[in-house]
Design a binder for this molecule. Structure first.
Ligand SMILES: Nc1nc2c(ncn2[C@@H]2O[C@H](COP(=O)(O)OP(=O)(O)OP(=O)(O)O)[C@@H](O)[C@H]2O)c(=O)[nH]1
Ligand SMILES: [Zn+2]
Length: 352
């Protein structure tokens, strides 16, 4: 069903990705610092993440605890786009020592500011904006209620399904899902014969272009993906079945480019959690309700979930999926991902 709110949210995400301004809930016009363009444009204030405000020594303790929290700042001189990008991007800290002085100001409507930060993350750009830039022209209006409508998983439907013999198992079927107003097309791979009397082995796999396609050794995604399919194939041989959900939530929901920015910070020595946080992005930004909706559309209610991450089990249970068993899914480390796996164990609660 078409929804005007979801449409506005989609238009706003598109606008941010293209560098066009948005106005959240009738408040200030926001021009994204990363993608925005307009010759000579300046603005007296910027909306940035608490993590960046910490780097500028502008966040208070409460804000600093939530790296993605919004902070409003002003400088002695208005911000131009070049300065705004340096303020937005921690990778530029070495080349662009920050010019101050800056001051933090109270935010009038914190919900609106949070929605703006979330829109930036969903658009896959750095969470930083010029506030009320001196600009002419069209502005995309959007509200946090629009974002809620856009996220409503009832909008997701099965778009197509077909037999797909795969290397791990010839008896497999691919199911594609689509929601109006969201260009991400999630898929499920059903391995073996669906059987309502038996809980399937399920793996939620979040897209990892570097690991899944390029064979990156920095993470464990590729090996986990293949091992999951083989485990499901074995399950199918033993009369059971499996479901792989391939979720288009690259980098745990921060997008490919922001994940690669985090990788760049990892090159400088930050671990995966600190790298995300320094960018002003949450460590975990995945949308688990969408996975629950996919299972519902497939007619799957009780599952045996392959994961080392108790937070994934909790997140799925919270949205009504009956996880009857957690099946450990640990693969041997390599010299490049050993630290990543240690960080998972020590900082994000993975059972490794
Ligand atoms: N932001 C960020 N994302 C990463 C990094 N390394 C891998 N990822 C992403 O992490 C996601 C993979 O996580 P998963 O393997 O599904 O899940 P998990 O929560 O680690 O737990 P398991 O189910 O135990 O594997 C993919 O979307 C990857 O792109 C990183 O250093 N930074
Ligand atoms: Zn990966």
């Amino acid at each position: 069903m078409p929804s005007p709110g979801a449409r506005r949210a989609a238009l706003a995400l598109d606008a941010l990705r293209h560098g066009w301004p948005v106005r959240v809930e009738g408040g200030a016009v926001l021009l994204p610092a990363e993608t925005g363009f307009a010759a000579g444009v300046t603005a007296p204030r910027m909306l940035i993440s608490a993590a960046r405000a910490v780097t500028l020594k502008l966040a208070n303790q409460r804000e600093a605890a939530v790296p993605e929290a919004p902070v409003l700042i002003r400088a002695a001189e208005p911000f131009d786009l070049e300065t705004a990008r340096a303020v937005a991007d921690p990778a530029l800290d070495l080349v662009h020592p920050m010019k101050g002085p800056f001051a933090a100001e109270p935010i009038g409507n914190i919900e609106t500011a949070r929605a703006a930060m979330e829109l930036a993350r969903l658009a896959g750009i750095l969470p930083a904006f010029l506030v009320e830039p001196a600009l002419e022209g069209e502005v995309q209006d959007v509200s946090s209620a629009d974002l809620v409508e856009w996220k409503d998983t009832r909008r997701l439907q099965i778009a197509s399904r077909a037999r797909l013999p795969v290397e791990a198992c010839e008896d497999a079927e691919i199911v594609a899902f689509r929601a109006l107003d969201d260009l991400r097309e999630h898929v499920a791979l059903v391995i073996g014969k669906q059987n309502g009397d038996r809980a399937p082995l399920v793996r939620l796999h979040s897209e990892c272009l570097t690991g899944d396609i390029l064979g990156s050794l920095k993470c464990d995604c590729g090996p986990q993906l293949h091992a999951a399919l083989h485990a499901m194939a074995d399950e199918a041989k033993a009369g059971g079945w499996g479901v792989l959900l391939y979720l288009r939530q690259e980098g745990r929901g921060i997008g490919l480019v922001n994940k690669l920015r985090a990788y760049r910070l990892q090159d400088f020595g930050f671990d995966t959690v600190d790298a995300n946080n320094r960018l002003g992005l949450p460590t975990e930004a995945r949308d688990f309700p969408v996975a629950a909706r996919m299972l519902e559309l497939l007619g799957v209610h009780a599952i045996r979930l392959m994961t080392n991450n108790p937070a994934k089990v909790a997140a799925l249970r919270e949205v009504g999926v009956d996880v009857i068993e957690r099946v450990p899914h640990q693969l041997p480390p390599n010299p490049h991902n050993a630290r990543y796996l240690e960080t998972k164990r020590d900082r994000t609660g993975h059972l490794l």
